[in-house]
Design a protein around this ligand. Structure first.
Ligand SMILES: Cc1cc2nc3c(=O)[nH]c(=O)nc-3n(C[C@H](O)[C@H](O)[C@H](O)COP(=O)(O)O)c2cc1C
Length: 184
């Protein structure tokens, strides 16, 4: 079961730099894609920036709706991570095609992925166009995580969670170990 966490802890969901699934909705059009280029910027209010392809369907829906969500996948769904990051929602309904379960967001209208261990809803604070991409800065408004997998940080090895990182192309690596530095 997922629990809502204090909003100022949101950036700890993204600190490790693992890939996220980006969900978007505008009107009756919804979409899911993969993003690796994500950076937390501020703690309270929590700001996160994504570098997003301006030609993507995700960008179009974010630009129109002003909201999005980031969903944290584990290695169990690495095939979905690759699939939704390899085809555009302009061509297919990825939810239907890949049979992806979701629930409606509470803060936003954006779909939240049931098979991800965290879901964070954002409003768009600013969009800065670059060359092919744009910096999409969002402010987190609601964050839920699987209750036994996160205290004030990911409980990685205790709970056997494997997070996914993108090395480029078809190459991925994973995070599994947590090291605690004891206070001196
Ligand atoms: C592992 C992985 C990471 C990706 N990271 C990003 C990213 O950070 N920014 C981006 O614009 N596209 C990224 N992509 C590519 C998009 O997910 C891909 O272009 C997708 O088809 C866009 O779908 P859409 O048009 O439905 O939004 C990534 C793809 C994969 C597989």
């Amino acid at each position: 079961m997922k629990k809502e966490i204090e909003i100022s802890l949101t950036n700890r969901i993204f600190n490790l730099g693992n890939v996220q699934l980006l969900t978007t909705q505008y009107g009756d059009k919804k979409n899911v894609s993969t993003v690796a280029w994500i950076t937390p910027l501020e703690k309270d209010p929590p700001l996160v920036v994504i570098s997003l392809d301006k030609n993507s369907f995700s960008f179009e829906l974010i630009d129109k709706s002003g909201e999005f969500a980031l969903n944290t996948p584990t290695a169990e769904i690495i095939n979905i991570v690759k699939k939704v990051g390899s085809v555009s929602g302009k061509e297919i309904d990825k939810f239907q095609e890949f049979n992806i379960p979701y629930s409606q967001g509470k803060f936003s209208k954006v779909p939240l992925l049931d098979n991800c261990i965290a879901n964070v809803e954002f409003i768009v604070k600013s969009i800065v166009p670059l060359q092919t991409h744009a910096m999409v800065m969002g402010e987190a408004r609601r964050a839920i995580v699987e209750e036994d997998l996160f205290s004030d940080h990911w409980l990685l090895e205790e709970k056997d969670i494997i997070l996914i990182h993108h090395a480029g192309s078809n190459y991925f690596c994973t995070t599994k170990f947590l090291v605690e530095i004891k206070k001196l």
